[in-house]
Every structure is written in C-alpha cells, then in structure tokens.
Write a protein that binds this ligand. Sequence first.
Ligand SMILES: Nc1ncnc2c1ncn2[C@@H]1O[C@H](COP(=O)(O)OP(=O)(O)O)[C@@H](O)[C@H]1O
Ligand SMILES: [Mg+2]
Length: 298
Amino acid sequence: MLSLNNVTHVYPNGTRALEDASLTLEPGMFGLLGPNGAGKSTLMRCIATLQTPSAGSIQFGSIDVLRQPEKLRAVLGYLPQDFGVYPRVSALELLDHLAVLKGIAGRAERRETVETLLQQVNLWEVRKKAVAGYSGGMRQRFGIAQALIGNPQLVIVDEPTAGLDPEERNRFNDLLCELGQNSVVILSTHIVDDVTDACSRVAIMVNGRIVSIGEPHDMVAKLDERIWRTTIARGELEALRASANVISARLRAGHTEVHVLAEERPSGEFVAVDATLEDVYFATLTQERAPRAAAAHA
Ligand SMILES: Nc1ncnc2c1ncn2[C@@H]1O[C@H](COP(=O)(O)OP(=O)(O)O)[C@@H](O)[C@H]1O
Ligand SMILES: [Mg+2]
C-alpha cells in the first residue's frame, strides 16, 4: 500500500506545484488526471524519490520513502514524462545494462527478463537497432520496458500514451492492467479515455491540488441526469456561457456541441445525455477555475 500524507512541494522560484496532497493506494491501476501544469509530474517525481517534497511524508508498505529512497528504488518501475537522451546502443544492450543496475545479476535470468520485456512491448524485431534511431512510439515502448524490469511492486508511468498509436495504446493499457493485479500502478494523463476503462480509481488534479478522488463509476453517477447537450453556431458560445454552466464545447462538423451541467433542462433545445468521465473531468475543471476567472475579471 502506498500512502501520501499532506505532501506539498514548492519549487525554488516559488511555484507551489503540489499543495497538501494526501492519498492511499492499494494494488490496482490508479489514474491521475489533470491538465498541463496541474502538478502530476511533480507528484510522481516525489513518489519516485527524484525530488524531496518541501513537506509531508510518503510510505510504501514498510518503506519510509523520503528516509529510505534506495529501498523504494529497488521495488520501483518509473517511466518519466521526458526520458531524455537516448544512447547509440541497441535496445537489447541498453535493457540488459539497466537490468544490471536494477540488481539482476545472473546472466540467464537477465536474458530471460530482457527478452520477455522486448516481446511484451513489441520491440523484438528491432531489438538490435540503436534506441537513438527509434521513432517516438518505439522510444515510448522502450521506456515502458525499462520501467517493468524486475517485476516492480510500484509502477509509475507519466503520460505514457503520448506518441503511441491507438493499437499501441490499447496494448500498453492492457499491459498496465495486468501489472495492476499485483502492483500499485499510477498512470498520469490529460486524456480521459486512458483512464475511463482501465483504472479502478481516479484522482483529478488542478493547480497543485487533488480536487476529486473516487471510482470512475461513482464519479459519473453523481452527474446523473444533470448533463444537457445542444448544438449551437460558433458565435453563440460566449452568450451561452454567460447564461449557463457550459462545461465543454467542441466543434463537430462545423457546429459547436456543448455540454451544460444543470439540475433542470436549461431550455427546449437541450437534450439529456448520459454523463461520462469526460463530463466529470470538464465539470471539475470548470468549477475549479471559475473562482479564479471571476477574481481576474473583478
Ligand atoms: N523545475 C521546476 N521549477 C519551477 N517550476 C516548475 C518546475 N517543474 C515544474 N514546475 C511548475 O510546477 C507546476 C506543475 O508542473 P508539473 O508537475 O510538470 O505539472 P503536470 O505534470 O501536471 O503538467 C507548473 O506550474 C510548472 O510550471
Ligand atoms: Mg507532466
């Protein structure tokens, strides 16, 4: 079990990237959903022992993460958002090297581990090519393979599906789901679809705060019979925003389709629609941003 208690992080330039975050996670797949700048990567780097939070504590099983970072690293698999420089050695060699660092000393065991992972992430055919020459999707899959070395009990993947095509994305999400049977898996993303089916629990982060946490099904149920849809001309959006709680607006075939959150049907043109996790996400963002927007106008 992983638990975070009142974790706060302030960068040296004063940015409050993480504000009093508390969480308790059991094995399974946990989705951390939030827009760019919400603090997802900061939170994940703190758990992965790459930076020490300004305040708070983190515990994983019997490990005090901030006091015993090396113990956590031994059971951790981490895929950072930016993997950095890619060396000119083959995937096979690099993975083998990383497995040595992870403490898999036996040659036979290492070979078995490395070969299985390369097959799992579908890089077997290109295992002898230099990682430096890989496409974005291939690099991402390599990053996933290295994160899974040594059956980690805690897996942290930061925006892992960026750069993957839909088929790769499904394959990857299946892989994570499987891991979630025994390990704590934390997946951060700004793409709601990545977490909708895969994650048993989800947190929504905005401006450094965890503003909502729960099971996707329960979160969606709270919006039951309160989501209304209509289609308007593009120029009508601002006027509608002034009179209704518009949570999302998107262009569809030249028209703008809007979702409004309201207890009652806003007007005759609106139809009731089943709420989705995307509605939950956009409703949360709208609500969290509203007070700040109002303050900015004042
Ligand atoms: N090294 C850093 N120094 C200063 N500010 C940072 C640093 N890294 C991130 N930030 C800021 O902290 C906030 C959260 O960033 P981040 O954790 O990367 O969010 P996310 O991963 O959700 O996009 C942002 O305002 C970002 O600009
Ligand atoms: Mg990030």
